[in-house]
Ligand binder design. Structure first.
Ligand code: ATP
Length: 356
């Protein structure tokens, strides 16, 4: 296991990149702590696979360094980095038995057979593969083959890190939950540094202790699921995490209050922004309540989603989503108020600390 540092890292697939637009990853400094369980979350094309391949050594970054426990690994080949990687689709040997597939990464490193046997059986039992150990992989379902791939990633206990690139894509939905919980359990037991790439927020939030959110070639936030929810550091995190996402509305600041169209909203503190900044207020639907003394809204639709309702409305001519309890009813002249602890202010999409 190792701490992994990315130092001034950037990558372009073009030979002579000129502007930020030519980079798949723009300059970043980032640390993955030893033994951490991280989810790397972001939309398609934001650079997740590029980043993972740079850590594993499949790709050399065009700028910067990759360090394992302070040691420069940038020019080392994947086989010299001691990393296990599990991909979206099964990478197994069809002609081998499940047992031999699981044993392969260990035998490859000349681990004694007794140890191979113990480790293979331990991993197989965690992944419910015990009954299939002597079966050839060829005839197995896609789910089973991908479970073997996961096993092959987990079987070595001397790796610096295990990287998972959307490993549950081909897995049947009800098995997904099961395997995700297993991975979490195995992380607690073995304490490997794990990075789990996904574009599915449920998958990210259930697997990881810390979530790294990427957007447009940058890491925009590293935080616990709760931090991403309460204090999204970038408007993208606000939109991307949560369903519905955060409401983001243009405002004009005046000390500790914000003008939102014709309404004035009190802020928990004053925000410092520069002249010309794009200034916005972000408030999640869960931090808005119906309040007879609040700001008037025009209600367009009320969606019943089980234990709560989502009210789709307009505030000062802008769409806004509000989450209310399943037993609450929405008056025709509905008014709303924002919970101060759910108010965030953004300048050019980045969160601004509110002073006292
Ligand atoms: N081999 C390549 N050559 C050129 N451009 C590439 C290559 N691989 C990826 N890119 C580009 O780099 C950017 C980041 O791609 P990457 O595959 O890392 O994103 P991702 O977040 O993993 O996406 P997805 O979730 O769809 O896999 C994209 O604009 C992509 O088109």
């Amino acid at each position: 296991m190792a701490r992994i540092d990315l130092s001034n890292l950037a990558h372009s697939y073009l030979p002579n990149p000129k502007s930020d637009n030519d980079y798949a990853l723009t300059r970043m400094n980032h640390t993955w702590d030893d033994g951490g369980a991280y989810a790397l979350l972001g939309p398609s094309g934001c650079g997740k696979t590029t980043l993972l391949n740079i850590i594993s050594g499949l790709l050399r970054p065009s700028e910067g360094q990759v360090l394992f426990d302070g040691k420069d690994m940038t020019d080392l080949q994947p086989q010299d980095r001691n990393i296990a990687q599990v991909f979206q689709f099964p990478v197994i040997y069809d002609t081998m038995t499940v047992y031999d597939n699981l044993a392969f990464p260990l035998r490859n490193r000349h681990v004694p057979e007794a140890e191979v046997d113990a480790r293979v059986r331990e991993i197989a039992s965690h992944l419910d593969l015990n009954d299939a150990l002597m079966t050839r992989a060829r005839g197995l379902t896609a789910d089973a083959k991908q479970t073997i791939s996961l096993g092959r990633g987990l079987v070595r206990n001397d790796v610096n890190a295990i990287l998972f690139d959307e490993p549950l894509t081909v897995i049947d939905p009800h098995m997904k939950w099961h395997l995700r919980s297993k991975l979490k359990l195995l992380h607690r037991q073995f304490e490997h540094t794990m990075v789990y790439v996904t574009h599915d927020q449920t998958e990210a939030l259930t697997f990881a202790d810390k979530v790294v959110v990427m957007y447009d070639g940058q890491i925009v936030q590293l935080g616990t699921p709760e931090e991403l929810f309460i204090k999204p550091s970038h408007t993208f995190v606000g939109y991307f995490i949560g369903s519905p996402g955060m409401n983001v509305m243009p405002i004009e600041l005046d000390g500790a209050s914000a003008k939102l169209g014709g309404q004035t909203v009190s802020l928990p503190g004053a925000a410092k922004v520069k002249a010309g900044d794009k200034v916005e207020l972000g408030v999640r639907p869960e931090f808005i309540r119906l309040d007879a003394k609040g700001m008037p809204v025009t209600v367009n639709k009320v969606e019943d989603v089980g234990r709560q309702k989502i009210v789709r409305a307009q505030l000062e001519g802008r769409n806004i989503a509000i989450v209310i309890g399943e037993d609450e009813s929405v008056p025709t002249d509905a008014k709303i108020a924002f919970d101060p602890k759910g108010i965030n202010v953004y300048a050019n999409d980045w969160r601004v600390e509110l002073g006292a």
